[in-house]
Design a protein around this ligand. Structure first.
Ligand code: GN1
Ligand code: MG
Length: 370
C-alpha cells in the first residue's frame, strides 16, 4: 500500500506534505511524516513493526499502550510538582481515525504512528562527556519511571532477548549448517571471531547464573538503551526522553547499563571499519555513570553493583555474538546495507569487549567509588 494513504489513516491534523525515511534503526522501518495547516505543522513518526523479529506485533502495541499509560500519568504528576529541572518526555501513540492503536495493511504488516519529540535529537555516537552524562541521566530517569510498573501488564516482546546462553545455542545451531561453515572458513576474520567466542563461553553466562542463585532480580528495563535511542534537547543539551520502547519488559537493569555503556563509551560507533579506532573511553564512562547514579543510584542494590562490571563486559560480547551469528546465517535479523556489514559490526563489538577487559581494574575501581 502507498505509504501516504497509510499514514492518512491516522488521526493527525493538517495535510501530509512530507514523508521520508528516518533514523538508523536495525529492525523496524521508520519514516518521518510532516503534516501542515495554514498556521503550523505536526511531525509524527510512522513505523512498520518488523514481524520477523517481533512475531506478535499486536502484543508489542498492547505493551506500548500500557507502558505509555503508566509513564505519562507519572510524568504529568511529577511535572505538576515542578521539582525536576526539565520536562521529561515520552512519545505517545497516535490513534487511527477509527480509534485503534495501529493499522494493518493488506499484506498483514502492522503500522503505527507515534509523536515525534520535537526540538531534540539523538546521536549515533557520544559527542562529549556532557552528552554521556545526560544519556546516563535519561536512562536513570527511565528506570525510575518504570520501576513501579506492574510487570504483568507486559507480554514478553522477545522471548530469550538478552539471554546469552540462548544466543550461544543459536550460534552453535547455525554452525551445524554447511553454508554457515563455508562462510566461516572463507575468512580469516570470521575464524578469529569464532576463536574469540570459544574463549568466553563460561563468562558469557555469569549474569544468568547469578540470577539463578537469586543474587540478581529482574525489574522493568528498557532493553535497547543505545545512544541513538536517547533524545537530547536542542536548546539545553539535556536528556529529555528515551525512545524505541518495544523491548521494555522485566529484565536485569544491569543489561541496560551495559548496553548503554557499550554504545556510549566507544566514540567510533557501531559501524567503524578501522578497529584501531574502536576504544573504551573512560571519561565518557565516568560521565555516563555519574549521570545514571544521580537519577537511579538509590535503587541499585549491593548485588546489582557487584555485577555491573560483568554486565559492561557482557553486552558488547553478546551483541558481537548476535551480529556474528546473523552474518553466518545469511543476515536474517539485522538489516544490512552491504555484504559483510554484520561481520564488521561483530568485529567492532568484540574489539570493544577486549578494550573493556584490558581496563578491568580501573573500571572496577571507578564503579566501587560510585
Ligand atoms: C537493534 O532496532 P535498533 O537498531 O534500535 C537491536 C538491539 C541492538 C541494536 C544494535 C530488538 O536495535 O538489541 O543492540 O540493534 N534490537 C533488537 O545496534 O534486536
Ligand atoms: Mg530497537
Amino acid at each position: 500500500m502507498d505509504l501516504s494513504i497509510l499514514v492518512n489513516q491516522f488521526n493527525v491534523k493538517g495535510r501530509l506534505v512530507t514523508l521520508v525515511p528516518f533514523g538508523n534503526g536495525n529492525i523496524n522501518d521508520t519514516f518521518l511524516a510532516v503534516f501542515r495547516n495554514t498556521f503550523t505543522e505536526t511531525q509524527v513518526i510512522l513505523q512498520r513493526v518488523n514481524r520477523k523479529v517481533f512475531t506478535q506485533p499486536e502484543a508489542i502495541m498492547r505493551n506500548m499502550h500500557n507502558l505509555t499509560l503508566h509513564c505519562h500519568e507519572k510524568l504529568e504528576a511529577d511535572a505538576k510538582k515542578g521539582s525536576d529541572d526539565r520536562v521529561w518526555q515520552m512519545p505517545r501513540i497516535v490513534k487511527t481515525k477509527e480509534g485503534a492503536d495501529y493499522a494493518t495493511d493488506a499484506g498483514g504488516e502492522v503500522w503505527r504512528v507515534i509523536t515525534r519529540i520535537l526540538s531534540a535529537h539523538a546521536f549515533d555516537t557520544a559527542q562529549s562527556p556532557e552528552h554521556a552524562l545526560e544519556c546516563g541521566a535519561a536512562l536513570g530517569h527511565f528506570h525510575y519511571l518504570v520501576s513501579d510498573m506492574d510487570p504483568a501488564t507486559i507480554i514478553d516482546p522477545l522471548p530469550g532477548f538478552h539471554i546469552t546462553s540462548g544466543y550461544l545455542a543459536n550460534y552453535d545451531a547455525t554452525l551445524q549448517n554447511a553454508t554457515a561453515r563455508e562462510i566461516l572458513n572463507a575468512s580469516m576474520e570470521a575464524k578469529r571471531l569464532a576463536q574469540y567466542v570459544e574463549e568466553r563461553r563460561d563468562f558469557a553466562v555469569s549474569l544468568e547464573r547469578a540470577e539463578q542463585r537469586g543474587e540478581l532480580k529482574k525489574r522493568m528495563f528498557h532493553g535497547d538503551p543505545k545512544v541513538n535511542n536517547i533524545m537530547i534537547d536542542d536548546f539545553t543539551g539535556k536528556g529529555t526522553a528515551m525512545i524505541d520502547l518495544d523491548t521494555v519488559s522485566p529484565g536485569l537493569i544491569h543489561l541496560d547499563v551495559g548496553d548503554a555503556v557499550r554504545s556510549i563509551c566507544n566514540p567510533a560507533g557501531e559501524e567503524e571499519l578501522n578497529l584501531g579506532k574502536v576504544s573504551f573511553d573512560e571519561n565518557l564512562f565516568q560521565a555516563f555513570m555519574r549521570g545514571y547514579m544521580k537519577e537511579a543510584g538509590t535503587f541499585l542494590t549491593d548485588g546489582d553493583r557487584a555485577y555491573l562490571y560483568d554486565a559492561i563486559r557482557l553486552l558488547p560480547f553478546e551483541l558481537g555474538l548476535r551480529f556474528f551469528q546473523d552474518y553466518l546465517a545469511g543476515d536474517k535479523y539485522f538489516k544490512v546495507r552491504q555484504p559483510g556489514q554484520n561481520l564488521n559490526r561483530a568485529r567492532v563489538q568484540f574489539r570493544l569487549c577486549e578494550a573493556i577487559e584490558a581496563r578491568e581494574r580501573s573500571i572496577r575501581d571507578m564503579l566501587a567509588k560510585l
